[in-house]
Design a protein around this ligand. Structure first.
Ligand code: GLN
Length: 492
């Protein structure tokens, strides 16, 4: 038997139900994996093994009393952007040093109700701004497949932990690709739900019109399971919609015959990594073999997506991050007067990328530039959304790459924000349109780095992309590949 820390949650559930392992066994395996490899990976900012074991014991006790819950006794890691009562929530930023959360995020409440054991806080780019985890104020997280390479971001800790078998499941957040991109760089499955599908309460806001919480997991069945747990209406988040939920796992029939998959030609561009292009093309062919019908579609406004995203996201961030001023949360540098104190605190405790974005966002909202940048970006956002609507008139879902390249080396793009931003081209349109997307492993590059396939669906049609992704996954073996370091983590 493989070590428990290397198994997907649905298989662990089976073992637990059959009495073949306990939650204490699972949590112990995960903790020992963290102890063995996390000094090399850096996925966790913090974890409390003792507390997790205590919760695991309580879960085993509940199970022996007949309790059945979808995640009973399953340890889950959380990106450091989610509030957990009594725990730090730092967004990998120094400005939140010393902050302890007084409440549980909605998704954390749902996890607890489902019986999950909260394991620890996973590293990320500061305030979820970035694509590599190089912007964490604390440490870089390394790609389990090759530690000279970035894990992606901003949910890099979540993806690296799952990939290195230091977690069996994790939650991340996706504002412009932060779940799908690291999942693809690390060989995991990552799902960004439709805007409004999952409550944002207790998710530290980066860009409120784009942010969504979602799972980073081993396979599509786990993505469906986690989504069932965290999705739903929350009356304390006015943007969470009251739309009936599907039983996502029930829709994983493995059958996609007759499903119309659209191939957006704008997502196959010059300058793309040839390995990515070829691998994604092969995955598309595989779907056709499985009976899907392929149709060519156009998303003509894709070329504006990165610019539009970096105007809207920074504008919203500049407003959202105004609350970190030294008064209410975390760190403070004293000053002559309040203004001096705000300035010194923010200058001293926010990282460069966060400052860059606050400045950019403040600029595009300032009088004189507001119409020229912000309003124009909002209009272009509508065009991008309309592109998808038109495309979904002729197909059920879209199939495309997640990123134009595989993971890259630390420092490779660090000095050039624009180059970094351009890597978001295939993920940000999904957030701008408020629809859903999933990344599923579909191959390896010549240099041994994972490649992801993106399947994009209309709003609130998660069951459709899950079904397509699952059918593809079941017909291939990419999701079972593990990096070498997973062996050190205890995988046998
Ligand atoms: N890489 C994108 C950015 O830097 C996406 C981040 C995210 O989704 N949180 O903004």
């Amino acid at each position: 038997m493989r070590s428990l820390n290397a198994l997907p949650v649905h298989e662990l559930n089976q073992l637990l139900q059959n009495g073949e392992c306990s939650s204490v066994d699972i949590v112990s395996d995960v903790i020992s994996a963290i102890e063995r490899v996390d000094d090399r990976i850096g996925a966790y900012l913090d974890y409390d093994g003792e507390h997790a074991l205590k919760e695991a014991r309580a879960s085993d006790e509940r199970r022996s009393n007949g309790c059945q819950l979808p995640l009973l006794g399953i340890p889950v890691g959380l990106k450091d952007v989610l509030n957990v009562r009594g725990m730090a929530c730092g967004c990998a930023s120094r400005i939140l040093e010393g902050y302890t959360s007084p409440y549980d995020a909605y998704v954390v409440t749902r996890l607890r109700e489902a019986g999950a054991v909260i394991l620890g806080r996973l590293n990320m780019d500061e305030f979820a701004m970035g694509s590599t985890n190089e912007n964490s104020a604390y440490k870089p997280t390394r790609n389990p497949w090759n530690q000279d390479y970035v894990p992606g971001g901003s949910s890099g800790g979540s993806a690296a932990a799952v990939s290195a078998c230091e977690a069996v499941a994790a939650l991340g957040s996706d504002t412009g690709g932060s779940i799908r991109q690291p999942a693809s760089f690390c060989g995991c499955v990552g799902l960004k739900p439709t805007y409004g599908r999952v409550s944002r309460r207790g998710l530290t806001a980066f860009a409120s019109s784009l942010d969504q919480v979602g799972p980073v997991v081993r396979d599509v069945r786990d993505a469906a399971l986690l989504l069932e747990v965290i999705a739903g209406h929350d009356r304390f988040d006015s943007t969470s919609l009251n739309i009936p939920l599907s039983s996502y796992r029930d829709t994983l029939t493995g059958d996609i015959s007759g499903m119309k998959l659209g191939i957006p030609k704008e997502y196959f561009i010059d300058g793309m990594d040839p390995d990515v292009k070829k691998t994604v093309q092969d995955a598309i062919d595989k779907c056709a073999e499985l009976g899907a019908e392929l149709v060519d579609v156009e998303l003509p406004h894709t070329e504006y997506a990165v610019a539009v995203y970096y105007i809207i996201a920074t504008a919203e961030a500049s407003a959202n991050l105004a609350r970190f001023d030294g008064v209410r949360y975390g760190a403070r540098v004293d000053g002559r007067d309040p203004l001096d104190m705000y300035g010194k605190t923010r200058a001293g405790y926010l990282g460069d990328e966060v400052k860059r974005r606050i400045i950019l966002g403040t600029y595009v909202l300032s009088s004189g530039y507001y119409d020229e940048y912000y309003i124009r970006a909002q209009k272009a956002r509508t065009l991008i959304r309309n592109d998808f609507e038109n495309a979904f008139g002729t197909c059920d879902a879209l199939i495309a790459p997640v990123t134009p390249t595989t993971s890259f080396r630390f420092g490779e793009k660090g000095d050039d924000p624009l180059q970094m931003y351009l890597g978001d081209i295939f993920t940000v349109p999904v957030n701008l349109a408020g629809i859903c997307g999933i990344s599923v492993p579909c191959g390896m590059s010549g240099s041994g780095l994972p490649i992801g396939l993106q399947i994009i669906g209309p709003a609130f049609k998660e069951e459709r992309i899950l079904r397509a992704a699952h059918a593809y996954e079941q017909a291939t073996d990419w999701h079972n590949q593990k990096p070498e370091i997973a062996r050190t983590a205890g995988m046998s």
